[in-house]
Design a protein around this ligand. Structure first.
Ligand code: NAD
Length: 264
């Protein structure tokens, strides 16, 4: 299966460290022959992202805060400068105040609601618009979502609403850009221990619950998300757009606790 992305150039947004879902996807893309550029948030992350990018043959590191229009403009101006076009973009970005990722959703404050939606939802639309402007037919856009968009998950709170809005935006963007031959999809990943996930209350309990109750009776890895991403980013997925592909060991089809699951 080597070389599914040979000759393609992609931008990976949202790499923080080697636990990031973006890293699972970046490794898979590099294995399939893609040339990669990375955007990162703030100088502090650069020292982590730099060596990771270098290990997959990339030296193109571009700072970008997705809440800043000028920063997004500069990112895509740079991509246009170096490559002229881009074949795929991976958006693996989300954020909310961790104090609101515990307790009751109904207590969510206005300010954090707006900020979480801006970073976790609008940024994808802002990215897609800029990416599409330099994409040829065959281009592919991908974001990351979670089952908390579909069903109530403990402590996921405002992020559940953000992911629901993000999933809806994937469908609207797929319609808007489909006429230009550009596809837009999401992967709904099962819980994976990352920096962002560590902000969610009782995350270890959620992971354990998924492990005991998903059809595969385990959690997924960032490498498995990477493999699914290859399908959506490469020509394998040429007929798929507006899709939300669950990579969650099947957890989303389960209606109740597994009969063999112990109490936790
Ligand atoms: P992570 O902490 O490794 O990645 C989150 C990234 O978002 C970081 O690189 C961070 O710098 C970036 N970010 C936050 N605010 C930003 C801003 N203003 N500008 C630019 N970048 C910004 O965690 P992760 O779990 O790999 O998260 C990636 C995506 O996957 C997120 O959308 C997350 O919601 C989603 N997701 C995670 C899980 C999980 O269990 N870890 C499950 C499903 C979906």
């Amino acid at each position: 299966m080597a070389g599914l992305l040979a000759g393609k150039r992609g931008l990976i947004m949202g790499l923080a460290n080697d636990k990031s879902i973006a890293w699972g996807i970046a490794k898979a893309c590099a294995e399939q022959g893609a040339e990669l550029a990375f955007s990162y948030q703030g100088e502090q992350l650069k020292k982590r992202v730099g060596p990771l990018a270098a290990s997959v043959g990339s030296t193109e590191l571009i700072e970008c805060d997705v809440t800043d229009e000028a920063s997004l403009d500069a990112l895509f101006a740079r991509i246009k400068d170096i490559w002229e076009t881009v074949d795929f973009v991976v958006h693996a970005i989300g954020f909310s105040d961790k104090n609101e990722l515990r307790g009751r959703y109904v207590d969510t404050g206005r300010e954090n609601f707006a900020m979480s939606m801006d970073v976790s939802v609008y940024s994808f639309t802002a990215v897609c618009r800029r990416a599409a402007a330099i994409m040829k037919p065959g281009g592919s856009l991908l974001t990351l979502t979670y089952y908390g968009a579909e069903k109530v998950m403990p402590h996921y709170n405002v992020m559940g609403l953000c992911k629901a809005a993000l999933e809806a935006s994937v469908k609207y963007i797929a319609e808007d850009l489909g006429k230009d031959g550009i596809r837009c999809n999401a992967i709904s990943a099962g819980p994976i221990k990352t920096l962002a996930a560590s902000g969610i209350g009782d995350f270890r309990y959620i992971m354990r619950w998924n492990e005991l109750n998903s059809p595969l009776r385990r959690n997924v890895t960032q490498e498995e998300v990477g493999k699914a991403a290859i399908y959506l980013l490469s020509d394998l997925g040429s007929g798929t757009t507006g899709e939300n592909l669950h990579v969650d060991a099947g957890y989303h089809v389960v209606g109740m606790k597994a009969v063999d699951a112990p109490d936790i």
